[in-house]
Design a protein around this ligand. Structure first.
Ligand SMILES: C[S@@+](CC[C@H](N)C(=O)[O-])C[C@H]1O[C@@H](n2cnc3c(N)ncnc32)[C@H](O)[C@@H]1O
Length: 278
């Protein structure tokens, strides 16, 4: 067997040739999983003396990655905010831009606050807020039963005490909340075909597609959200690139006036925080 260093480099090269955009990061994550070392111990890529089983596992994982299976699905985990979340093909892979929702919301939390994460997927948003303040009362809702069961698994893993609601938007939600966070699907029809092949093949369409201009589901959310907010309640939602103008119109049409947009690391408006008027 080649030494680990050349095994690592040859597999990294294989991923590059297979057209894997994040070949370096993927090779490291797969190597660290197969050899049971932390990502931070990257010096071990050169020195680690693992068994042949570790090497075979690494090769199998690389083969899956080379045909487009997302790294997070191979290692069954994705980092988001301060924790790792179990993910699979039933949920959207948590994206770094969604961490902006946490950044905006975490300072709003107070003990006893009732918080809903609507369209929770893996539960990454609501559960990250819970880890910021475990004295909130958290509800996770999704219309996908598979997503809900994965979010339950993540909640157990993070020892989070929360309730789960199977609901199409607000149809099965009968409570009022102080804070509603949500990252609903917002990919517009014309943008869908430009998504990476990997995303189209391995992530659920119902977690992505937002209708002709991307705002169909968010508009339905806006129709119901006011009834589910307590006095002074707030909602914080993510939306797509260049949807801010249309979204602002929709917010004003729904009589929301206390609106604050936040930009992501690419200096693009990504998240809006809206306060109930009365
Ligand atoms: C963009 S994903 C976000 C998942 C997770 N919150 C995150 O940020 O990674 C959208 C989620 O909303 C859910 N969803 C889509 N339409 C819904 C609806 N009408 N009612 C409830 N959940 C919905 C999908 O199942 C999916 O889990």
């Amino acid at each position: 067997m080649k030494n680990k260093n050349s095994l690592f480099l040859s597999k990294k090269e294989l991923l590059k040739e297979a057209g894997c955009d994040d070949y370096n990061e993927s090779a490291k994550r797969l190597f660290s999983k197969a050899f049971g070392i932390s990502l931070a111990q990257s010096y071990k890529y050169q020195t680690y003396e693992g068994s042949n089983e570790n090497a075979s596992l690494f090769s199998e994982m690389v083969s899956l990655r080379a045909v487009g299976v997302p790294t997070s699905h191979i290692v069954c985990s994705r980092s988001f905010w301060q924790n790792d979340f179990c993910v699979d093909g039933s949920v959207l892979d948590p994206r770094p831009e969604s961490e902006l929702i946490i950044d905006v919301s975490k300072n709003l939390l107070f003990d006893g606050m009732k918080v809903l994460d609507l369209g929770c997927g893996s539960g990454c948003i609501g559960l990250s807020l819970y880890k910021e303040n475990s004295n909130i009362t958290l509800f996770l809702a999704d219309f996908s039963k598979k997503a809900l069961s994965l979010s339950k698994k993540n909640a157990e893993e993070l020892k989070a005490d929360c309730e789960f609601i199977h609901s199409d938007l607000f149809s099965n939600i009968h409570n009022k909340f102080d804070l509603i966070v949500s990252n609903l699907p917002y990919v517009a029809k014309d943008d869908f075909c430009y998504l990476q092949r990997e995303i189209i093949l391995h992530e659920p369409h119902e977690a992505l597609y937002g209708g002709r201009y991307g705002l169909d589901i968010i508009k339905l959310f806006l129709d119901g959200v006011n009834r589910h907010l307590n006095k002074n309640g707030i909602f914080v939602i993510e939306f797509g690139k260049e949807q801010d103008f249309l979204l602002k119109e929709e917010l004003l049409r729904s009589n929301f006036n206390k609106i604050c947009f936040y930009k992501d690391l690419n200096n693009v408006n990504r998240v809006v925080c809206v306060k109930k008027d009365t």
